[in-house]
Write a protein that binds this ligand. Sequence first.
Ligand SMILES: NC(=O)c1ccc[n+]([C@@H]2O[C@H](COP(=O)([O-])OP(=O)(O)OC[C@H]3O[C@@H](n4cnc5c(N)ncnc54)[C@H](O)[C@@H]3O)[C@@H](O)[C@H]2O)c1
Length: 442
Amino acid sequence: MNLKEQLITGRKKLGVWGLGYIGFSSIAYFARAGITCLGTDPLQHRVDDVNHGKVTIPNFQYWLGFDVKQLSDNKIMQATADWKELISNEVAVHLVTIPTEQGGKPYHEYLKDVIIKLSKFKDIKTEHPPLVIVESTLTPTVMDNIVIPLFKEKGITVGKDILLGVAPRRDWFTESDKTLKTLPRVVGGTTPETTDLMADVLGIICDTIIKAPDHKHAAIVKSIENAYRQLDITFANQLSLAYPDMDMTYVLKMVGTKWNIGTYHPSFGTGGYCIPLAPQYVLEGAKHPEKLTLIKESLKTDFSQPNTVVESLIKRGIKKVAILGIAYTGDLKVHVLSPGIPIAKMLKEKGIDVKVNDPYYSDQEIRDLTGCEPIKFPSGLADRDSIVIVSPHMQYKYTNNQEIKKQLGNVKFILDNMGIWKSMEKPEGAIYHEAGDAHWLE
Ligand SMILES: NC(=O)c1ccc[n+]([C@@H]2O[C@H](COP(=O)([O-])OP(=O)(O)OC[C@H]3O[C@@H](n4cnc5c(N)ncnc54)[C@H](O)[C@@H]3O)[C@@H](O)[C@H]2O)c1
């Protein structure tokens, strides 16, 4: 019986290391496909969520589109805080879904921790070498420079004692059609046999598997696709800076009607784990990083964009500002490298009275992340003279226009990252700009 059949028949289990966005979605998808799964996470509440079929990540249940409670009630989806339970002959496949970033830089300590724990397989007898699939985003060289040598140091030969590969994720958790099933998945192992096995296993939940020549090629695909996005988005911002008198947002909408060009929107800058980090990953892994001049310039512009926004706000003479949203995008609770946080902090440093709202964060989280006081939406806008909308959350978009307007009596200026209030009725005399329109940064 091959590995896939052993999983499908319940003879073997699938283990998941790290039960956040990526790990929770993996465990839920495999369990729904009838595979018995066992996850682990040092955070007890993440373990409890899996064991009780509780989706606590905001809006995640809509993306998943199925009831995970049934899966945990029937014990096909389970988790433990004791990682040693995963070091077992029964757990034949291991997905590694831990964070690989900290403070805006690649960070490998969680990964090393999991590798050291997986090395305990050398102490037990297994029918087949366990298959370890790293789903976390990796710099192109981390497998060869860190993971494989660490396994070796712990007495494990990759390709023999453990089969190892990478299969980066592309999901977009706010759109229910961009899932583990529908999005093509690039997979690459350190040996061709490992790649075949990975394709077999991940093919249980994914419709389209693309086999890479090896793990290095698979890892770099993820970084390069996101580096392309960062370049494209930053080019939109540079165009808007270069043509301040034109509505570049509208120009780019028209440009995007050409068959081979995407539609890009100028903004306060990129955010999240993937897009701003990807160019750094591509640079870090390159043999000739000095050739990647476009990426270097693009990073410079992208990371200085929040500062550019702050300077323009100061020039406009704002005194009391409300920042709406600290998440880097709409309806996700992810603030990693979100431009909203440096914008709030820089404005406060410059002596502006800054209040912050984000419906996905507690008051304490807002204080800790921005150093500013939280406000309610929309009632907290009443004494504000300006509003900066960072995240296009549904609450900002779908609250009754008149209810919002009632609170805007003192507002003189509104700057809107994604244009969600563009068609909203605003108070007379208030100046409104969408990022990228003419004079938005003046
Ligand atoms: N969230 C996304 O949209 C997305 C998309 C594509 C790729 N990724 C990548 O996937 C990876 C995971 O991202 P995420 O969003 O799921 O992160 P997350 O922070 O939501 O979850 C990671 C989990 O791993 C746990 N963890 C940390 N150390 C651990 C250890 N030693 N053993 C077991 N668990 C451990 C944490 O407690 C946490 O619950 C990252 O590399 C990220 O870049 C994320």
